[in-house]
Design a protein around this ligand. Structure first.
Ligand code: ADP
Ligand code: MG
Length: 696
């Protein structure tokens, strides 16, 4: 236990270290900043910086970096050493408050979607004191936000931080109106469950598609897939369990609350879940988790795949985003208590989330739209592209009874036992598990299951936060006008149900009936990224984010542009990889085998008339036909790619990649996969699905 205490957070400049190393007054001011968001003075920053540096140097560190999350979706860092000439002939280690608070990385090559022209390439990073500095690979990393010279957000974290603030303000406003005046702040809490694949590194390196794109672009299914359900929660193989142990330790050192690990449904697929924490820290920690998953895999001779759908025919990987809000007193606002019908506060916040998801369903869908995730959503293993909310039958009953009780207003002062006595004590376990819902209430939190495994969770969370903040503000206006706010809560819940109950669906989201039913209800079904992304920049969305101070119109338009570009670029790389593999690997390999077959025919003929060459001739004919078809489909794909590249970047180009290039790619793959079936292993130019999935 002591050992664990020593290990956990040992690479973090955490609260206990700050307390010991900082003068009492400074420590208190820093804490106040962390808890209440009060700005830090330069004097305080100087002292903190110095203490941070001393601690880092004692741990063998010579460099620091502002660690940030640009729109590439991965983290960025640029290392500076602490050294300063001491004026004689030596150096001293120095780190000032100025360097801690603000950095100026050369930002010209990060995507900015037109916000920052390259000639004024200055971007600023600003310290986020709520997320602790840490040591990674011998570098002191300081979590920061990243913005342009003119103050526009250029990263994933800024809108998230702003949305947490907005949600806190709106929630506090509502809480005060219903009599909970002792609450000063409301915190967004998030716990992201991370799925991933592990394959042997040597095997993986033989696949150009995995190397360049993170997924397989060719491959027939292995004889065994996930049909026996023998991998899910199965015994973890030795190599994998050694990896998991090492990974846990690395994460614990960084203060990341890695908690649960197990095998997932598909062969070679696994999951890691942390204990939840406040949203910006959870986001930092998830980015670190992904990075360290890959690094530790390398050390163990494996490759960790975070791509959403690395293999066709078996499950892909998601990242379930568990989300809730709690007060600064530590009370979870989505905790129903034993009798949710007597818990107006819970019902109010539950209604707010339901309304927010319905009202901004398209926006929420757009937050998880990437080229990789398109292969997952709507396949029978992940939620469909249609957003709906699961709340379980018991809660549905509570909400229905409020909605249907027309005489409620007159009786509401008698409190809440009217007609709903049938509802039993409400315990977490009575929300039966619905594994197919994209947005499920799971006892005391919502679980958004659409994000893909590689996604930064910042996007979905800042959208949920802002949408809920908006609805809470609307509730607040009603509560302000009411002479009896307690009673008004039930009116609000009832009206919300009337208006938004179409979003509630407790059934099987994978069924075809649901798709038809959802259409009848008027819910969005945005199947692909180019269909989903425009929702981000509708006037309604722009109004929402501008109103709550999350993003400006320009910032939103730039993000939209970046996301479209990322989509098109991802498919472009996949298409080019496919062309190369088909032309330079598959085609020559099959030609070689055909030559071998032809040589056999010649030799057999020389033996005289009686030996049959029918098999060889059939194979030669079949493979020659496939060779020609491969050539033709490859040429067609190539010309589509050229056409796409000639187009202006933007929505039209993304649509073309989706509708034309992806279709051409599927045709190339179909032919090549046929060839794989008939080509002997020794001729096939790269490892098969079986080799990859059962490589460990
Ligand atoms: P389930 O059994 O529904 O999957 P778990 O208790 O295993 O729930 O939790 C799954 C994830 O949800 C974990 O990462 C957990 O920390 C997180 N979680 C639990 N409570 C909350 C909360 N109040 N806010 C955010 N995330 C939470
Ligand atoms: Mg879960």
């Amino acid at each position: 236990m002591d050992q664990m205490n020593e290990l956990f957070g040992s690479a973090v400049f955490e609260d206990s270290v700050q307390k010991v190393r900082l003068p009492d007054g400074i420590y208190k001011q820093l804490r106040k900043t962390k808890e209440e968001g009060t700005p830090l003075t330069r004097e305080v920053a100087d002292v903190v910086a110095n203490a941070m540096k001393d601690w880092a140097v004692e741990n063998g560190v010579t460099h620091f970096t502002h660690w940030f999350q640009p729109m590439t979706g991965v983290t960025a860092e640029k290392h500076d050493s602490f050294i300063q000439p001491d004026g004689i002939d030596s150096v001293i280690m120095e780190f000032s408050g100025k360097e801690l608070i603000k950095g100026e990385p050369d930002a010209s090559s990060f995507p900015s979607g037109g916000l920052r022209s390259t000639f004024e390439a200055r971007g600023y990073t600003a310290w986020d004191p709520t997320s602790n500095a840490f040591i990674k690979d011998g570098i002191l990393c300081i979590p920061t936000v990243f913005c342009s010279y003119t103050g526009e957000a250029l990263d994933k974290k800024t809108p998230l931080m702003r949305s947490m603030e907005a949600l806190s303000n709106s929630a506090v406003r509502v809480l005060h109106l219903i009599g909970e005046t002792d609450v000063n702040r409301v915190i967004t809490t998030v716990g992201p469950e991370q799925e991933y694949f592990l394959i042997d590194r040597k095997v993986a390196l033989k696949r150009k598609d995995i190397t360049y794109t993170g997924r397989t672009l060719f491959g027939t299914p292995a004889p065994k897939g996930q049909e026996l359900d023998d991998h899910y929660f199965g015994v973890v193989k030795r190599r994998v369990s050694e990896y998991m142990k090492d990974l846990d330790e690395e994460l614990w050192k960084l203060g990341i609350l890695a908690k649960t690990k197990h095998n997932e449904v598909a062969p070679a697929q696994h999951e890691l879940a942390p204990i939840f924490t406040q949203a910006n820290i959870a986001t930092d920690h998830n980015q670190l988790t992904m990075e360290i998953m890959k690094k530790v895999a390398e050390r163990h001779g494996m490759k960790c795949l975070l791509y959403e759908k690395p293999f066709e025919g078996i499950n892909g990987s998601g990242k379930h985003n568990n989300w809730s809000i709690s007060t600064d007193k530590g009370e979870n606002l989505l905790k129903p208590g034993k009798t949710p019908h007597d818990n107006p506060r819970f019902l109010l916040f539950l209604s707010a989330v339901i309304a927010a998801v319905d009202e901004y369903q398209d926006l929420l869908r757009s937050s998880v739209a990437t080229a990789g995730n398109d292969h997952r959503l709507g396949a029978n293993e992940a939620p469909p592209a249609i957003i709906s909310v699961f709340i379980g039958d018991d809660l549905k009953e509570v909400l229905d009874s409020i909605e249907e009780d027309s005489d409620f207003e007159n009786r509401c002062n008698e409190v809440m036992n009217s007609g709903i006595d049938a509802v039993p004590d409400f315990a977490k376990d009575t929300t039966d598990r619905n594994r197919t819902s994209p947005f499920a209430f799971t006892g005391n939190k919502f679980e958004f299951r659409m994000p893909g495994s590689a996604l930064s969770i910042s996007g979905p969370n800042f959208i949920i936060n802002t949408a809920v903040a908006e609805i809470l503000d609307q509730f607040a206006v009603r509560l302000e006008k009411s002479s009896n706010p307690k009673c008004e809560i039930y009116n609000i819940v009832r009206d919300t149900m009337k208006e938004h109950k179409r979003i509630i669906f407790n059934g099987n989201n994978y069924s075809d009936e649901w798709v038809a039913e959802a259409e009848r209800r008027g819910l969005c079904n945005l199947k692909s990224t180019p269909e989903a992304l425009p929702a981000f920049v509708t006037e309604k969305s722009i109004d929402l984010f501008v109103k709550h101070g999350i993003l400006t119109r320009d910032e939103m338009l730039s993000r939209y542009e970046i996301n479209l570009e990322n989509y098109s670029k991802a498919i472009n790389i996949e298409a080019k990889t496919m062309l190369e593999m088909a032309r330079r690997d598959i085609s020559p390999a099959v030609a070689k085998y055909v030559k071998e077959l032809s040589d056999t025919v010649v030799s057999k003929r020389q033996m005289g008339g009686s030996v049959s060459c029918v098999f060889e001739e059939k194979m030669i004919r079949l493979l020659s036909e496939l060779e020609l078809r491969l050539f033709e489909t490859v040429e067609a794909l190539d010309s589509s790619v050229q056409e796409a590249l000639a187009m202006e970047e933007g929505l039209e180009q993304a649509v073309f990649y989706n509708e034309k290039v992806l279709k051409d790619m599927a045709e190339v793959r179909e032919v090549a996969d046929q060839m794989e079936i008939y080509t002997p292993e020794e001729y096939w130019p790269f490892p098969t699905y079986g080799d990859l999935l059962f490589s460990i």
